[in-house]
Ligand binder design. Structure first.
Ligand code: GDD
Ligand code: MN
Length: 350
């Protein structure tokens, strides 16, 4: 019995590590577009009065203003709408005519983010549209990503970083995966901080109203034979704290779980071998690998409690140096979160 437990633990760790080792040297080799195309930036907002100003300024600082069309789709009832109007007045009075970004403000009922995005896409005038959350901040110019959105590339997204060094150490791990998968073909996971796509590749009607809308856009794009890539444009999200953080993480994790279960059959049937490989691996890492850890450890504990204590002590020792501590802090809670997210998905749905 102990053998089985130990083998499961070995699988739990070697599978992601070998995937990481395999992927980390893959270099994104994409052609840059010589022209900088106009972009419609869609910002959905629901009660974001305190954050909306900084958000708009951040977007306008990130790309040549004359090439930006801002489309704000608002469903707020806390004065955000009035604040947006004020910002619009300030922007248009403070700049020369050419620099004024075009700005559309749409008022819709509150029917969730992706409903709002679809309204924004319909109202947008450019072929390239992007969505970005109000609580997301861009740290690199948008050009870093948009320059690749042409030819075989149908969609692009950013990579994520965080304010804390602990979270960053595991973010780096995921960023390497996202960009490595993008180098192979496409990343099955995209980020709401910045997800851009081409309307000539993906029409508004094809975007389903589901959670994990960003990753869904990536997957649909890849299934159409175009590439959906995460590139070196860093963005971060202001995360909630305390119990809100746990709920927020579980809800989003559950969206990703549903995403993988929903698209796995379709992807496995597709002809796209490269994307199939990365998607199947990610589905495994999200759906199965966390259970292998739990079951493996339970078996070891039942058959050899001393050994399981020794393992926990080793983990305790590894917790002392900062480097290994960050890895532990990032890996183990995440495995538990994924299991919680699966339960959440099972009982609460979307
Ligand atoms: N107009 C409108 N109407 N906007 C909305 C609504 C609505 O009913 N609900 C949310 N929004 C806006 C928010 O104001 C914010 O700008 C954006 O949609 C995202 O909402 P968050 O509350 O910040 O979403 P999240 O942090 O849980 O999830 C984000 O990240 C996920 C993972 O990357 C979203 O981008 C998800 O779509 C994404 O899957
Ligand atoms: Mn958010």
């Amino acid at each position: 019995m102990l053998d089985i437990g130990l083998s499961l633990l070995a699988i739990h760790f070697t599978e992601p590590l070998s995937y990481f080792a395999y992927i980390k040297n893959k270099k994104l080799d994409l052609k840059e577009n010589e022209d900088l195309p106009p972009v419609s930036v869609i910002i959905p907002s629901y009660n974001e009065k305190d954050k909306i100003r900084e958000k708009i300024m951040n977007v306008l600082e990130s790309y040549p203003r004359e090439k930006v069309e801002l489309v704000i789709v608002d469903s707020s009832d806390d004065g955000t709408f009035e604040e947006i109007r004020n910002i619009q007045d300030e922007i248009s009075s403070g700049m020369s005519y050419l620099q004024i970004p075009r700005m559309k403000i749409i008022k819709t009922e509150r029917r969730g983010k992706i409903f709002a995005i679809k309204e924004g896409v319909k109202a947008s005038s450019n072929n390239i549209v992007l969505m970005t959350d109000v609580d997301a901040k861009w740290d690199d110019p948008l050009q870093n990503a948009i320059k690749y959105l042409h030819g075989e590339v149908g969609a692009v997204s950013c990579i994520k970083h965080a304010n804390s060094s602990a979270e960053n150490s595991y973010r780096d791990f995921y960023n390497v995966l996202r960009m490595g998968e993008s180098a192979i073909h496409s990343s099955p996971i995209f980020h709401g901080e910045m997800t851009a796509f081409r309307k000539d590749v993906l029409s508004c009607d094809e975007i389903p109203i589901v959670g994990a809308d960003d990753s869904t856009i990536a997957t649909i794009t890849a299934l159409k034979g175009y590439r959906a890539v995460c590139v070196n444009m860093r963005a971060y999200e202001l995360a909630p704290s305390g119990m809100d953080y746990v709920r927020w993480k579980a809800r989003r994790g559950s969206h990703l779980i549903i995403h993988f279960t929903r698209y796995l059959p379709k992807v496995l049937k597709s002809e796209n071998k490269k994307f199939k490989k990365v998607f199947a691996e990610e589905a495994y890492l999200h759906l199965i690998n966390p259970w292998i850890l739990v079951v493996g450890f339970a078996i070891v504990t039942l058959s050899d409690p001393i050994l399981s204590l020794l393992m926990l002590s080793l983990l305790g020792l590894l917790y002392v140096p900062k480097k290994t501590r960050n890895v532990i802090k990032a890996w183990f809670p995440n495995q538990i979160f994924l299991i919680i997210a699966q339960m959440y998905a099972l009982f609460k749905g979307e």
